[in-house]
Structure formats: structure tokens, C-alpha cells
Write a protein that binds this ligand. Structure first.
Ligand code: FAD
Length: 512
């Protein structure tokens, strides 16, 4: 089998033979799923970022972990082939690509696992690494009235894809990121071994794979913690003119006990003007509640800040009880009088809110524009400087998309996972989610992102890139800091030939 693979790769006329040989490969790998030739315009050569494109050798749609194991072992038998798991391809910088290698479309395994269990008295669900979070949500709520505790804003992402990064949204201040909400994984390592791991069973692989950027194994199954799903959500936005007041309230809310705060806390920066994408209209939750700039103080600057909050409740709760609880929480906040907007939506409707934005953006033709996005974690100690330089100067005219900023608590993250974080207990996620029309402005925006990162480094900010993308080993070493040695050791243990996730550009494929 392996010999056959090597022959195809090395033949000088391999291109012309590929179509014939793909069936030979299929048979020799003994795949239950399917395989097709890599294509420059196929899904495996692209991602959501739209910034990079490479040509894979083959695209494989595995039927499960055994197929994936066979592909990894076959790649290991060649001197240079690599294997990239592709979740839903929502990376920005080619992280799920494999130039001249195998791309494994994890979506073909999306339905493989869906089993409710009780672990230590608490409900959990076993789901496939290739399942979309939106499908996990729908199935858990409709079948069991239960739901995962920690989410991402957008749910057309795969379980394995977000667990390989962290998975962050407005619930993470309470429950930690998605990587803090799984108790067991099944992983295919870079040696092709199918291994079950948890905090107590193969813990190095378990914690390594969580936030591991796909470097140590391909997650084929995850056991996700569940809780009772609420029926409804009161979704609220309140506006601040001053950054210090915004951060004071945001930090207060994420530091309170569960029954003394909201169930979701996020925030964003927007322009103090009537631009439909970047300005006042971007705050409106409800067409009847128009943003009235007359409420703003004279001192308001070029950008304003919005806290986005959610309060969960059940259909059986008395409306007056919900109103009172929300009023009490909102009453403690120092936002600009009159600049509040709120709406009641179903829990599913709330969690699927970005799906609706996606549908609108697709209808307007902007969803498929390039996305030179930048995501950072910035320590509370540096966030005022960041605001002064980046929000108030560099991007003060908006970026043609959301500029998220909200606080997270380091103590809710497990330091044994592979995720790199700033030092401080409170740090902010900052996400510059640009939608840029194809053309020369894309490169300008990529350069603008680079400037921001360079500025953070020059000023010695306590920060990390989230969904990191570096090219040079030195940058990766700096990114991981004192965790680099552990990261390298894990690589040597679980993927010694550096076969997996080559699109992250951390390690070079070796033949040892
Ligand atoms: P891919 O992009 O396909 O893969 C990402 C990386 O993980 C690659 O290196 C790939 O090889 C590896 N990988 C994929 N599947 C597996 C697997 N099963 N096992 C091991 N490695 C694997 N992130 C947040 O945290 N919070 C958000 O709110 C959020 N919102 C987003 C909104 C949009 C519109 C988009 C495009 C992205 C958002 N993200 C968010 C980022 C998202 O978490 C990443 O894009 C992530 O990579 C998941 O995407 P994916 O499933 O498509 O994975």
C-alpha cells in the first residue's frame, strides 16, 4: 500500500496518471470513505480567509477514525507527505490546508457519534470531531432539552476545529472556553494510533490536543459537558462613550457570582457616526429602538463602546420576575442614559444569531469577500493603551465589520492545555473581523494587522494572538513562551514526523 503511494507521488508524469491512480490508492488504503484528486479550486484549497490557496494532492472523505488512521500511516510511509484535517475551513490563514498533501474533510464524519451519557452525575454528549456546533445545538435541545455550556459566536464551525484553538464566546467568562468543557477525546495521532484520552487517561495527549492547533492528533470524538437549555434569552445592548466606564462594567460583570450576573457578556467598538456597517445602526437589536445620538455626551470621541449582554430564562418564569432581575442587573451599570436596546429571542435564535447575519451577508454578496481577520488576547494591564492607539487611532474609521472586545478570566482556562494566554487574570479578546472587497485593499488590511501586532510587540504588551499564524520558528517560540518546550515535546511524542496540520507552519515534515 505504502509503496504504491510513493510511486504515484514521485512519478514525473504523476499529474496525468492521477485520475486512474486515485482508485488504486483508494483500494490500497482500504478506505471505507472516499478519495478524490486535489484541485486548485476545490474546497480543500481554500478557506474562509480567502487570502491563501494551495493545491492538495488528495481530498479524503473518511468514514471514521479507522480511515483517518490509514491515511496518516500511509503518509508516514512516504518521505514528505502531510495530512491536514479540515473542519469547516473557517480558518483565515490556510491553517487547514496541506500543500501537495492529504486533506481530510472531517465533515464526512459529522454524524458518527451522538450519544448522551452521565459522567459523575452530570450530562455529557459524545459528538464527532467533524460535527458542526449548530447541529450539536439543534440535536441536544430538541432531543434532550440540554445544551453545551460554552459556545462560539458562530456555530457553522466544527467541534474538532474550535477545540484545536479554544472556542470563545460570551459564556467563556463563566465556564471557560470550549476546551474547558470537554472531558474526553478520541484522537488519531501523527503515528496513526487511535487513542482515547482524558484528564486521567493519556492526559498529555488530551491536554495537548486541546488548543493544540491540530499538531498532536486529529480529534474524531469529543465528550462535551451539557446543562439544561433555557427557553428564552433577553438580549441587551448598552452603549458607553468612555472606554474606562465600559471596561469597569464589563470586568465587574464577569467577576460576579452566577446568580448575580448575566449569562453572556460580550462587547464591541463602533464608530460614532451614522455609517450603516461601522456606526450607530450596528447597535440596533430592534428596528423600533433606533440609536439616538442626542443622548451622547459632548465629550464622546470617534469611537463608542457597546456591552452586549444576555439573560437566560424559561417560558415558565413570570415576565415580571424576568423584568425585575434584568432591571436590577442593568441598574448597576454606568452606560449612557437612554442608549439601551433589548429584545427577547429564543435560546436557539440567540445562539444562531450570526447565522442570520451570514444569510444577509450572502444575499448582499459580502460573505465571500476576503477576511483579513486579526484576533488577539490582550491583558487588562495593557487594554487602555490598546484602546488609545488601535481603536481610537488606527481603526477609528471602522473596518467594514465587527470589532469585538470583551474580558475573559484566565482562571477558567486549564493551563495544561496547549493554548497560549497573556499573564494577567483578566484579559480581553479583541477581534477585528474585516470584510474587504477583493483587490489591492486586502493586502493593505493585512499590512494594517501586521502593524498592530508589531506595535504590540514593540510596546511590550502582555498579549497573544488567538488563532495564531506565524511563519518563523522564532515567532512561534515567542508565542508559546515558557510553554514552547512542552509543545515541542508533545510534538515529538505524538507526531514525530510532523505529518499533521502543516498549514499552521510550526514544524517542518521530517523523515525520521
Ligand atoms: P478549520 O478552519 O477547518 O481548521 C482549523 C485548524 O484545526 C486547522 O489547523 C485544522 O487542521 C485543525 N483541525 C480541524 N479539525 C480538526 C480535528 N477534528 N482535529 C484536530 N485538528 C483539526 N472562534 C472562536 O473561538 N469564537 C468565535 O466566536 C468565533 N467565531 C467565528 C466566526 C466566523 C464567521 C469564523 C469564520 C470563525 C470564527 N471563529 C471563532 C474561529 C474558529 O474557531 C476557527 O476558524 C476554527 O478554526 C474553527 O473552524 P473550522 O471548524 O472550520 O476549522
Amino acid at each position: 500500500m505504502i509503496a504504491c503511494l510513493g510511486r504515484i507521488v514521485h512519478d514525473s508524469d504523476a499529474e496525468s496518471k492521477l485520475d486512474d491512480d486515485v482508485s488504486t490508492i483508494f483500494n490500497s488504503l482500504n478506505l471505507q470513505g472516499s478519495i478524490e484528486n486535489g484541485d486548485v479550486s476545490g474546497i480543500a484549497s481554500k478557506d474562509f480567509g480567502g487570502l491563501y490557496s494551495v493545491k492538495p494532492l488528495y481530498l479524503i472523505r473518511p468514514s471514521g477514525a479507522e480511515d483517518i488512521s490509514r491515511v496518516v500511516k500511509a503518509a508516514a510511509g512516504t518521505p514528505h507527505l502531510t495530512v491536514a484535517a479540515r473542519g469547516n475551513g473557517h480558518s483565515i490563514n490556510g491553517q487547514a490546508m496541506a500543500d501537495g498533501g492529504y486533506v481530510i474533510d472531517m465533515r464526512s464524519t459529522g454524524e458518527n457519534h451522538f450519544k448522551l451519557l452521565t459522567v459523575n452525575g452530570s450530562p455529557c454528549i459524545d459528538v464527532s470531531g467533524g460535527a458542526l456546533w449548530e447541529d450539536v445545538l439543534r440535536r441536544c435541545v430538541s432531543r434532550f432539552g440540554l445544551a453545551p455550556r460554552s459556545w462560539t459566536d458562530y456555530l457553522s464551525l466544527t467541534v474538532g476545529g474550535t477545540l484545536s484553538n479554544a472556542g470563545v464566546s460570551g459564556q467563556a467568562f463563566r465556564y471557560g472556553p470550549q476546551t474547558s468543557n470537554v472531558t474526553e477525546l478520541e484522537v488519531v495521532t501523527g503515528k496513526g494510533d487511535i487513542t482515547v484520552c482524558s484528564e486521567t487517561q493519556n492526559p498529555e495527549l488530551f491536554f495537548g490536543a486541546l488548543g493544540g492547533l491540530g499538531q498532536f492528533g486529529i480529534i474524531t470524538r469529543a465528550r462535551v459537558k451539557l446543562q439544561l437549555a433555557p427557553d428564552m434569552v433577553r438580549w441587551i445592548r448598552v452603549v458607553y462613550a468612555e472606554f474606562e466606564e465600559f471596561t469597569r462594567d464589563a470586568e465587574f460583570l464577569v467577576s460576579q457570582k452566577e446568580d448575580e450576573s448575566f449569562d453572556y457578556v460580550e462587547g464591541f467598538v463602533f464608530c460614532n457616526n451614522d455609517d450603516p456597517v461601522n456606526g450607530w445602526p450596528s447597535v440596533q437589536l430592534n428596528p423600533d429602538q433606533e440609536f439616538n445620538p442626542a443622548h451622547l455626551p459632548q465629550t464622546a470621541g470617534p469611537v463608542l463602546y457597546c456591552l452586549e449582554l444576555a439573560f437566560h430564562y424559561r417560558n415558565s418564569d413570570q415576565p415580571s420576575t424576568v423584568d425585575m432581575a434584568v432591571s436590577r442587573l442593568v441598574g448597576g451599570l454606568g452606560f449612557v442614559d437612554g442608549l439601551i436596546s433589548q429584545v427577547d429571542v429564543s435560546y436557539m435564535g440567540f445562539l444562531l444569531r450570526v447565522k442570520r447575519a451570514e444569510q444577509d451577508a450572502k444575499a448582499n454578496g459580502v460573505w465571500d469577500n476576503p477576511h483579513p481577520w486579526l484576533n488577539l488576547f490582550v491583558s487588562k494591564s495593557d487594554i487602555v493603551d490598546f484602546d488609545q492607539t488601535v481603536f481610537k487611532k488606527m481603526v477609528k474609521n471602522g473596518i467594514g465589520g465587527p470589532m469585538l472586545i470583551y474580558p475573559l478570566l484566565r482562571s477558567k482556562w486549564d493551563s495544561r492545555t496547549s493554548v497560549a494566554l497573556p499573564e494577567g487574570e483578566i484579559f480581553y479578546i479583541v477581534a477585528l473581523l474585516r470584510f474587504v472587497p477583493k483587490g489591492p485593499s486586502v493586502e493593505k488590511k493585512v499590512a494594517e494587522n501586521r502593524e498592530i501586532v508589531k506595535w504590540c510587540i514593540k510596546e511590550g504588551l502582555d498579549f497573544k494572538l488567538y488563532l495564531p499564524h506565524y511563519r518563523a520558528k522564532e515567532d512561534w517560540k515567542r508565542h508559546f513562551g515558557n510553554q514552547w518546550t512542552r509543545f515541542e515535546k508533545r510534538k515529538a511524542n505524538f507526531d514525530p514526523m510532523a505529518i499533521l496540520a502543516p498549514g499552521q507552519r510550526i514544524f517542518k515534515r521530517t523523515n525520521q
